[in-house]
Design a binder for this molecule. Structure first.
Ligand SMILES: NC(=O)C1=CN([C@@H]2O[C@H](COP(=O)(O)OP(=O)(O)OC[C@H]3O[C@@H](n4cnc5c(N)ncnc54)[C@H](OP(=O)(O)O)[C@@H]3O)[C@@H](O)[C@H]2O)C=CC1
Ligand SMILES: Nc1nc(=O)c2c([nH]1)NC[C@@H]1CN(c3ccc(C(=O)N[C@@H](CCC(=O)O)C(=O)O)cc3)C=[N+]21
Length: 288
């Protein structure tokens, strides 16, 4: 097993971002700003938000944290978002998901200015991803891309894993991870299969793939039997069982296999936060 060290790759990227922020601040006197919104008191969300705020501070990005009570209405959340849209100090807005009432999450996201949508979840940015012809175009146009999927692409590029012409199976089709990641792999010229809970013969489907991404939310779901010799396995899953963190991949089962694999923790998670910093810089530059 070859481990893809997400922490190391992420640290290198954060150092580069920090340099760019410092240069911007020196040249313009301005500091890129990220607003985070937490509705309610979900303990996992609080942990993620704190990591994001800390990463911002380390990179020289100013963070503005806003909290709302768990019973906030859609209108109250949107009203806060509109204030942040109008605040010139704020380049990016991140609404932590899931909301206590997640049924109006997309309506709230739609209220975020597409120029400040550092999660890449606004229909405008999701649309630009869908309309893209290739990856380079997305980079050249500074499109705000969903952080976890773009973090996965960064891990593959940094590890020199070939994507073009390869078969990639993405398990999971959420708007946050599976769907945008499938589009990004497609933009990188992979042959993409989007798998989900209704997929038949999932094991066999995965067994043919050069790249398997697990974004399901079920601890140790993907075992050695899903993976062909020489394949790359990307584990997006974050599952807390009895206080311990597990991915969607049964990491131990792959110990003696000829594969590349991302660990949990220390794989995709740190990259997600790094891409949020990257998007905040992109948003700053796009708004100039
Ligand atoms: N590392 C990171 O930075 C991040 C990690 N995560 C983690 O990634 C995981 C996925 O997150 P997210 O996409 O938001 O989750 P969702 O719950 O929104 O989506 C899960 C997807 O998995 C599919 N699925 C569920 N059960 C099966 C099954 N038995 N076989 C095949 N497919 C199945 C579902 O299919 P269907 O659509 O048919 O219901 C759905 O598309 C979670 O563990 C989450 O915590 C999420 C975001 C960031
Ligand atoms: N609007 C929105 N955007 C998100 O990007 C978003 C979200 N909502 N809701 C929840 C998911 C989850 N998520 C993670 C971020 C970092 C780690 C991370 O840093 N994980 C560490 C471990 C952290 C720990 O120990 O708990 C690691 O994998 O090494 C994990 C998961 C972002 N999400």
């Amino acid at each position: 097993m070859n481990i893809i060290d997400g922490k190391k790759i992420s640290d290198a990227k954060r150092a580069e971002i920090k340099e760019r922020v410092s240069k911007i601040t020196k040249e313009t006197g301005k500091v890129p700003g990220l607003a985070t919104i937490l509705v309610g008191e979900n303990p996992a969300s609080q942990v993620y938000i704190n990591s994001k705020i800390k990463a911002c501070e380390n990179a020289g990005i100013k963070s503005f944290h806003r909290t709302l009570p768990a019973n906030s209405s859609k209108e109250e959340i949107i009203s806060l978002i509109k204030n942040l849209n109008a605040d010139s100090q704020i380049d990016g807005i991140l609404l932590q998901l899931p909301l206590p009432d997640n049924s109006f999450a997309q309506d709230c996201i739609n209220a975020i200015s597409p120029l400040k949508d550092v999660d890449g979840l606004h229909p405008f940015n999701a649309g630009l991803l869908n309309l893209s012809k290739n990856w380079q175009e997305l980079i050249d146009k500074n499109v705000l891309l969903s952080c976890t999927p773009s973090g996965v692409i960064h891990l593959l590029h940094a590890s020199k894993i070939e994507i073009a012409g390869k078969t990639a199976v993405v398990i999971g089709r959420s708007n946050l991870v599976g769907k945008p990641l499938s589009m990004m792999l497609l933009a990188n010229d992979a042959t993409v299969i989007m798998a989900h809970s209704k997929t038949k013969n999932l094991k066999e489907v995965c067994k043919n793939a050069d790249i398997v991404v697990a974004a399901i939310g079920k601890a140790k779901f993907v075992t050695k039997e899903f993976i062909k010799d020489g394949a790359t396995v990307i584990d997006v899953g974050i599952n807390r069982v009895d206080g311990k963190l597990y991915g969607d991949v049964d990491f131990e089962s792959l110990t003696n296999a000829n594969v590349f694999v991302t660990p949990v923790p220390g794989g995709v998670g740190p990259m997600t936060i790094t891409m949020l910093l990257e998007n905040t810089l992109k948003a700053f530059n796009n708004r100039k």
